[in-house]
Design a protein around this ligand. Sequence first.
Ligand code: PLP
Length: 430
Amino acid sequence: MRYYSTRGKNESAGFAQAALAGLAQDGGLFVPQEIPPYPRAVRTSLGTMDFRDIAFETVKLYCGDDIPDAALAGIAQTAFSFDAPLVSVGGRQVLELFHGPSAAFKDFGARFMARAFAYLRRGEDAPLHILTATSGDTGGAVAEGFFEVPGINVTVLYPKGRVTPLQEKQIAGLGKNIRALAVEGSFDDCQRLVKTALTDSDLARRGAAARRGAALTSANSINICRLIPQAVYYAAAAGRGGGGASFAVPCGNLGNLTAGIYAMKMGAPIAGFVAAANANRAVPDYLATGQYKPRPSVATISNAMDVGAPSNFERIAAHFSHEQLRSFVAGFSVTDDQTRQTIAKVYEESGYILDPHGAVAWHAATAAGQAALGEKMPVTLCTAHPAKFAQTVEPICGAVPVPDSLAGAMRREARAQTIPADYAAFADIL
Ligand SMILES: *Cc1c(COP(=O)(O)O)cnc(C)c1O
C-alpha cells in the first residue's frame, strides 16, 4: 500500500515511512492511495470473528510487508487487550469504547501505534521523539500507550485549564519518557505548534545535531498509524449488529469519523454516519452548505470535541466530494444544555450514565439520524467513561463508579511545564 499527501500526489510513502513521519513534508496528511477492500471471507465473517482477529485482518491491509504477519498478530493481540461491547440502552444500542487503560476510545489507536512504532524502530540507536497535541483524551491515551516504551520519548501539549484535572493527571502524572507542556492557549494553538515543529527543517537539523539523529514525529490522529486501528471497532460492531447499522460519532478532530468511513468503504456492513458536533460546528455547517469554514474553537462540556479546524477534514475531502459525503454522513450540532438534558433523560429512563461526548452523539442520533439516513436508530458511540467527566455528570446522575484504571491515575500528581502559545518558546524547549 502506498500513501500520498492530501496536498499533492507527488509525495508518496510506504506504511512505515508514513507512520514514522506523521505528516507529509508539504504539510499534508498521508492518505492511502485506495481504501482496501476486506477479502470476502473476512467480510462475511465479521459477525463471528474475535475482535483481535478483525484487528489483524484490518490493519494488515494497510501495512503491507512493513509489519510481517507474525509480528502484526502479536501487536494486535497485545494492543487490543480490552473489548468494545455493544450494549442495549432503552431499546437503542451503544458502542462502549472506553474499556482501555485511559478510559477513552483513543486507547485503540494509541496502543496499536506504540507497539507498531516499537516494531518499526527495532534496532535503531537514536530515540524517536513523538509530539502530540491534545484537547484532553489523546494525551492520556498516548502517555499510557508509550509509557516506558524503550527508545521513544513523548512530549504532550495541552491547552492549560481546558482539560479536566483527571485528564491532566493522565497526561502529566507519569513522567519518565513522557513530558507534559501546558500551553497558554487553545487546542488549535497546540496543534499549530506541533504541525509547525514537524515541518520545521531547521529544528530537525538542530535536533539531529543535538540528539544524534533523533527523529521527530506526531501521535495525533493526523498519524495514519492511529487512524487505521480505529476502523476495527466499526467493522466488529457492524458485523455483530447484523449489518445495516449506522453510527452516531462524537466528532472533534474527525479521526474517529474518518476511520468509520474507511471501515464502510472496506466493505463492513455500515449504512452511514451522523457527524455529531458540539458548538464547534464546522462539519455540520459544511455538510449543510458545502462551504468549509474552519474557525477558532469554542470551549464546551464535551471538551475533547472542542476543535474549530478539524485536521482530518483534509483527509475526508481528499477521498470524497461534498455530494458523496452527504450521501452517507448527516451532520448535527448539539448545545451544552441539550447535552446535559440528554444525560439526565437517558439516566432517568434507563439508569445508564452517558458521558458528555456520548450524550452529544445520542442527541444527534435522535435529532438527525433517522430522518437523514432513513434506517434504524444509529448506534451511539460512547467515547469516554463518564467518570472522566464527573464534574459534569455527577450533579445530574449522582456518584459515578470509577474504573480501576482511572483510580490509579487519580492518585498521581500532575507535573507539567507551562509555555506560551508561541512557536519560538516551544522550539527552544525541543
Ligand atoms: C478525541 C475525542 C473525541 C473526538 O474524536 P476525533 O477522532 O478527534 O473526532 C470524542 N470523544 C472523546 C471522549 C474524545 O476523547
